[in-house]
Design a protein. Structure first.
Length: 369
């Protein structure tokens, strides 16, 4: 009996030891498994982080200097310019050129600015205050020579006999030039169409020159996306609205037709120009066209009250008895648009697109802002 009790106790001890060993062994295995799992998760996290970093790196385009950019000379012909590095002393003259540099965060690269018709947008004022704004609206040759810029960014009109002289001459002397493509001078009898694509190209080229390509692409893509939203929202409209884009001068109007930037904006948004070919029109032409919409171009210059200038231009049509029979006047579709939003408009191009779109389709939710 005693042996049986001892045997039973021994059996119990062996079983207990086995269970304890099994528990310890199982705990150890579980701990090892958890450690391996944590190690794998850490490895995966590092791998994912490296992948994301690589993808982010791939998405950031970098300029490899030297880079060659095509612009235009005083004769309107193509002019090749090469940049060994991002310019550090840029002279920016006229609204769109100044605002393009500011929008791309390049104020520290500007040696001087000149030629503003209006104040820069509110979100650019702090950056603009860091620039040296010249007293001369159009800087003289003497002033520019003293500034010693390494780049001049402006309109084609700045590079003429009475202004800064030949653009190619500046390039030969070591100062690169870049003109807004939609101000490219004509070549002989050839006149160049002003297009949205030109504005896109200019912004992207400046982004490449200064190695801020991602910022430039974001601005351009926003413009393109706005047009895409409008065309999608209006795809079901069978009869697209007809329009005139007019700027009044005494008894005549400048007519912005198919070869103008304003005309290109309007047609890309699905509108139809009522008089696509004429550069100027008279009262009879406007009445005969009788478009659905008339866009009235106005331009308040420095010192002007914008609202007063706008209303004066609108009243040319709204207060003349001869125009009261027009559909656009009767239906309240005489729409103001600022010149700087549709002529060499640069980063204001988005504003022009939105204003044209809302004027063409006032009763449609276009999903833009």
């Amino acid at each position: 009996m005693k042996r049986k009790v001892v045997a039973a106790k021994m059996t119990a001890l062996i079983l207990a030891a086995g269970m304890t060993f099994g528990s310890v062994s199982f705990a150890a295995e579980r701990k090892d498994a958890e450690a391996i799992k944590e190690e794998n998760q850490a490895t995966e996290a590092v791998s994912e982080g490296e992948t994301e970093a690589a993808e982010a790196s791939d998405s950031q385009k970098k300029t490899e200097y030297p880079v060659t950019i095509t612009t235009y000379g005083s004769d309107g012909l193509e002019l090749e310019t090469t940049y060994e590095k991002a310019p550090e002393k840029v002279l920016a003259v006229y609204q769109g050129c100044i605002e393009t540099l500011l929008a791309l965060g390049l104020e520290d690269h500007i040696v001087a600015t000149a030629g503003l018709d209006n104040e820069v947008p509110e979100d650019q004022k702090a950056a603009f205050s860091k620039t040296d704004y010249l007293d001369e609206f159009t800087p003289s040759l003497e002033t520019v020579t003293m500034l010693e810029p390494d780049m001049i960014f402006s309109w084609g009109s700045l590079f003429g006999d009475k202004t800064l002289g030949d653009a190619a001459g500046w390039v030969e002397k070591g100062t690169n030039t870049y003109i807004n493509t939609n101000t490219r001078p004509g070549t002989g009898d050839v006149k160049y169409a002003r297009t949205l694509e030109n504005e896109y190209t200019d912004i992207l080229n400046i982004g490449t020159i200064f190695d801020v390509q991602d910022k430039a692409e974001a601005i351009v893509n926003d413009m393109k996306d706005t047009i895409a939203k409008v065309t999608e929202a209006t795809a079901s409209i069978e009869e697209k609205p007809t329009a005139l884009i007019l700027e009044s001068w005494d008894d005549t109007f400048t007519n912005y037709g198919s070869a103008t930037l304003g005309g290109d904006m309007l047609t890309q948004l699905g509108g139809e120009l009522a008089n696509p070919d004429a550069s100027s029109v008279g009262k009879e032409d406007v009445i005969a066209a009788n478009p659905d919409v008339i866009f009235v171009v106005y331009m308040p210059y420095s010192g002007d009250d914008p609202e007063t200038v706008k209303q004066e231009k609108l009243d040319v049509l709204l207060k003349d008895e001869a125009y009261q029979s027009l559909d656009a006047v009767k239906n309240g579709r005489v729409v103001p648009i600022m010149l700087s939003e549709m002529y060499a408009s640069a980063t204001r191009t988005k504003d022009g697109i939105v204003n044209f779109a809302e004027g063409l389709y006032p009763d449609i939710d276009l999903g833009i802002e």
